[in-house]
Design a binder for this molecule. Structure first.
Ligand SMILES: [Zn+2]
Ligand SMILES: [Zn+2]
Length: 401
């Protein structure tokens, strides 16, 4: 009963904000289309100049699960730019399902270096390289208390650990898209600009989480403000600088009760993790009722039937404004007049899509050493008989010599 009231209440709140749950409008002809879409199909809607489209590509926890990847937000701005905020473990399958050319997905902002916030960088790096990115991947991320705790160090060593991968690809692909440029900024900087191009400004504020280094980001475009909160205990910088946000994203963790009963933590551990390292639902609500965004988004918990009402009840003890408790593949269209909330319907079997720019040519023969030695080459078994006719046919078909 209580559950039904909560669902009704959240539906009413969402409907009051606009045509959020419109059921497709009236169908006027048996051969026509449904006029309004209540789900988002990737690649079918142009983005207006003064609009921001925000995707939840990962909203879960470090432990893997198919229904929720770890943290990843994709922000598309009406000027054509796309920004990934965190790229947590597993999240690239959700990003890929949007079938955005990889060449457009070259800007990544990291809130901090826990794997649930950058564990899928390898997938974007190598996957994007093989599937159409034309230049280096660009990463913005915070410094740490010491050099070896910063983003620059992390990415340098990321590339070192993937040396075999890069070396073998460099022989057959242009090495350019395999490069990563890092813009490391001071994690203590308060509301300082870390990106300012084409009408998009991104600022950074410190966060309080696990160690020095974590930050949150504030993106502004076309008079709209979206705050992307990384992991944090409620902090004064967020309270001060997330004010007047159109959309304010902030973590809200599982209730201590759920951490005990479902996550196997001791009551002591649950209180520590759920209320001191992260933000409890009640504290999340207090943050939102203080900064009063047009729309609040809570995330970073396993969003299930047996958890979301506990989180929701906790938030509602301290905040009664517009709210989404995010799960993967939710999408928000943000304009001055409206914030439209839907689910993305995307294919499990997505292919990458080519963009307008051709990837650079592979290196000329002989300019990059072949990573395969004569010893291994000499082990090639002759399959000319088996595949020779097919290759000949293929060459003919494609006018190859
Ligand atoms: Zn973290
Ligand atoms: Zn996290």
């Amino acid at each position: 009963m209580k559950k039904n009231i909560i669902i009704l209440a959240s539906l009413l709140i969402m409907m009051m904000q606009g045509n959020v749950m419109a059921a497709g409008g009236a169908v006027k002809s048996p051969t026509g289309i449904a006029p309004d879409r209540y789900v988002y199909y990737p690649g079918t809607e142009a983005l207006a100049k003064d609009e921001i489209r925000l995707f939840a590509c990962g909203t879960g926890l470090p432990a893997a699960r198919r229904s929720q990847a770890a943290t990843c937000w994709l922000v598309e701005t009406g000027n054509g730019d796309k920004f990934l905020f965190d790229i947590g473990t597993g999240s690239m399958v959700n990003v890929a399902a949007l079938m955005i050319p990889y060449d457009f997905l070259n800007k990544v902002f990291l809130t901090h270096l826990h794997t649930d916030h950058w564990g899928d960088l390898s997938t974007l790096w190598a996957g994007g390289w093989t599937a159409g990115r034309t230049g280096p991947l660009k990463i913005w991320g915070p410094s740490g208390a010491t050099e070896d705790m910063g983003t620059k160090y992390a990415v340098e060593h990321f590339l070192k650990s993937f040396n075999w991968d890069a070396t073998t690809r460099n022989f057959v692909l242009s090495p350019k898209p395999g490069e990563i440029t890092v813009k490391e900024f001071d994690y203590k900087a308060v509301n300082k600009v870390v990106y300012d191009e084409n009408g998009v400004t991104i600022r950074s504020i410190p966060a309080i989480h696990a160690g020095d280094g974590p930050v949150s980001f504030i993106l502004e475009y076309a008079g709209l403000k979206v705050v992307i909160g990384g992991d944090t205990f409620p902090n004064k910088w967020y309270i001060e600088h997330a004010k007047n946000a159109d959309v304010a994203i902030h973590e809200t963790f599982l209730t201590p009760e759920a951490l005990v009963s479902l996550y196997g933590q001791s009551p002591q551990q649950a209180l520590g993790v759920g209320t001191q390292i992260h933000t409890s639902p009640q504290a999340f609500g207090k943050v939102m009722s203080t900064i009063k965004p047009r729309h609040a988004i809570g995330y970073h918990f396993f969003n299930d039937e047996n958890t979301r009402y506990g989180v929701y009840d906790g938030v509602r003890e301290t905040y009664d404004g517009p709210l989404s408790l995010a799960t993967d593949n939710m999408v928000w269209n943000i304009t001055k007049d409206n914030i439209n909330i839907r689910m993305t319907v995307s294919p499990d079997a997505a292919w990458s899509v080519a963009g307008p720019t051709k990837p650079p040519r592979p290196p000329a023969r002989g300019t990059v050493p072949n990573p395969i030695t004569d010893f291994i080459k000499a082990g090639r078994w002759n399959v000319e008989d088996a595949q020779g006719p097919m290759i000949k046919e293929f060459k003919k078909e494609h006018n190859m010599k």
